[in-house]
Design a protein around this ligand. Structure first.
Ligand code: SF4
Ligand code: SF4
Length: 147
């Protein structure tokens, strides 16, 4: 009990002195120097952790961008390759699937039997087609072109 009382008094004195000075100087910040240093260390640690996280994310994003860049280049190369193939392909009839009704008129007019109808859609065998254009003229739906 006796000790308890002493502690009580000691505490009161300590606060009285320290409080006066603390508010006068460091009071503007409201944090005693020792505590401020502790918090500063903590916030510096948090900043370091944030910086490390940001650097990790930056590295990961750069790697991701690099991979995506390579993939994009491969896609462009494939497009160029297909374009070259298409440019080099011989002329032949092409069917617009949005216009073709599968009526079969083109099948009947084709002199080399290069067209068939499959599932209500005309299909041209480009290897057989001679690009004569007869089917283009006969299609009632303007669904065929030669190119
Ligand atoms: S004539 Fe025209 S609409 Fe009819 S099957 Fe041939 S492409 Fe299709
Ligand atoms: S262009 Fe001539 S050869 Fe080719 S599918 Fe039409 S009719 Fe047949």
């Amino acid at each position: 009990m006796g000790r308890g009382t002493n502690m009580g008094r000691g505490g009161a004195r300590g606060m009285g002195r320290g409080g006066g000075r603390g508010i006068g100087r460091g009071g503007g910040r409201g944090i005693p120097p020792a505590m401020a240093q502790g918090q500063g260390t903590a916030s510096a640690g948090a900043r370091r952790a944030n910086t490390a996280n940001a650097e990790d994310e930056l590295l990961a994003l750069r790697q991701q961008a690099e991979v995506m860049g390579r993939q994009l280049e491969q896609i462009h190369e494939r497009i160029r390759s297909l374009q070259r193939q298409e440019d080099a392909a011989p002329m032949a009839a092409r069917v617009d699937p949005d216009k073709c009704t599968g009526c079969g008129i083109c099948v009947d007019v084709c002199p080399v039997e290069a067209i068939s109808v499959d599932n209500h859609l005309a299909v041209v065998d480009r290897q057989t087609c001679t690009a004569c254009g007869l089917c283009v003229n006969e299609c009632p739906n303007e669904a065929i072109s030669v190119g």
